[in-house]
Ligand binder design. Structure first.
Ligand code: ADP
Length: 257
């Protein structure tokens, strides 16, 4: 039984297990806060594998991933980076927001994501073949993608791509109950509030409120905040700095609470 509570949202658990069996990498796409990280942590427990998480950013170098020589106590010694540690220990390596990383930093993944399943540590003169349990999982939010930050098709096609999204409202409310301990009716009201804003997303073009912000709002309610206060500070305030838009959203939100 897993300690990481995860509400499944379709066939992603089965797909992940199939990919793990066949030793192919997985790409998770979906809006921020929709459960990608939680899903990977959960699958790590289900499969009995450690998860090594790497948060990608545009300064990330291939040395940050594979490792580098460092001077320790007068000696120059090689230090494995998180990717190398994950490969050597047969863990799941989870590269979050991989679209943020530069293409040249991701080149080290090529030999790992094809039939070779091998990491070449050129500087250390070492070749590491991944054990069967090693799995590479990457994620990105397609909504953030700018024209400058596109993953190359040749890279994307190496992965089984699992598109994730928010849970249906009743199941999302159950997540709030489980994560924050509020009662189901309060959870449903918070979810309805987010749903009304998500539906208005087409008009306003902002990143819609995620399950993450709903969990935070639910935690504030559990700590004594009113639902309206919690919705204001967790769901509404992060959406926009435009007063007029916020007034419109507040009206939408308060109709649900
Ligand atoms: P992402 O990685 O997509 O940005 P996270 O996995 O960090 O999002 O999800 C944010 C939070 O939302 C989690 O910590 C968890 O509390 C909650 N959550 C989202 N989706 C689920 C789900 N399907 N099952 C359980 N909790 C979830």
């Amino acid at each position: 039984m897993s300690n990481n509570y995860y509400q499944s949202n379709g066939s992603e658990v089965a797909l992940f297990k199939q990919a793990a069996t066949q030793r192919v990498p997985v790409m998770l796409t979906g809006p921020t806060g929709c459960g990608k990280t939680r899903f990977v942590e959960y699958m790590g427990e289900v499969l009995g594998r450690d998860v090594v998480t790497i948060s990608c950013h545009d300064d990330l170098t291939s040395s940050d991933l594979v490792g580098r020589f460092m001077v320790t106590g007068g000696d120059v010694v090689w230090n494995d980076g998180p990717l190398t540690r994950a490969v050597k220990s047969g863990a799941i390596c989870y590269m979050d927001e991989v679209v943020e990383a530069r293409h040249d930093s991701l080149a080290v993944l090529h030999s790992l994501t094809d039939h070779r399943r091998t990491l070449y540590l050129d500087r250390a003169g070492e070749v590491v073949t991944a054990p069967d349990s090693f799995m590479l999982v990457c994620s990105y939010n397609p909504a953030y993608r700018s024209s400058l930050k596109e993953l190359k098709p040749s890279f994307r096609q190496r992965f089984v791509t699992v598109a994730m999204t928010y849970l249906p409202p009743e199941r999302e409310a159950e997540v709030l109950v489980s994560e924050a301990g509020i009662d189901l009716s309060a959870a449903k009201r918070l979810v309805n509030c987010a749903m009304s804003i998500r539906k208005a997303d087409d008009i306003f073009h902002f990143e819609p409120p995620s399950t993450r912000v709903l969990v935070t709002a639910a935690k504030l309610v559990a700590a004594g905040a009113s639902e309206l206060e919690a919705a204001e500070v967790c769901i509404l305030a992060p959406l926009s700095n435009d007063g007029a838009i916020n007034d419109g959203l507040r009206e939408l939100a308060s109709a649900s609470l």
